[in-house]
Design a protein around this ligand. Structure first.
Ligand SMILES: [Zn+2]
Length: 74
């Protein structure tokens, strides 16, 4: 599947902070542990931020409902 890289750091600092702290880790089974090394990308019209769980280092992924996406919506 095609994956388009986006610039996470182009976001508003407050948004960045929110995305970095509002996480769900499937390994820890715990919310809001936080993530580090965030990478933002778009796939099938959905924006994701993927990073590593601050606690265990496993991959955590957040799906974003982004109204500002200027892609084509059906
Ligand atoms: Zn974790």
């Amino acid at each position: 599947m095609e994956r388009t890289e986006r610039d996470f750091y182009a976001r508003d600092p407050d948004d960045q902070q929110a995305f970095l702290t509002q996480t769900w880790c499937n390994t820890c089974m715990e919310a809001d542990l936080g993530m580090k090394e965030p990478v933002e990308y778009e796939q099938n019209g959905i924006v994701f931020i993927e990073g590593k769980c601050v606690k265990c280092g496993d991959t955590v992924c957040t799906e974003i409902a982004d109204d500002e996406t200027d892609g084509e919506w059906e």
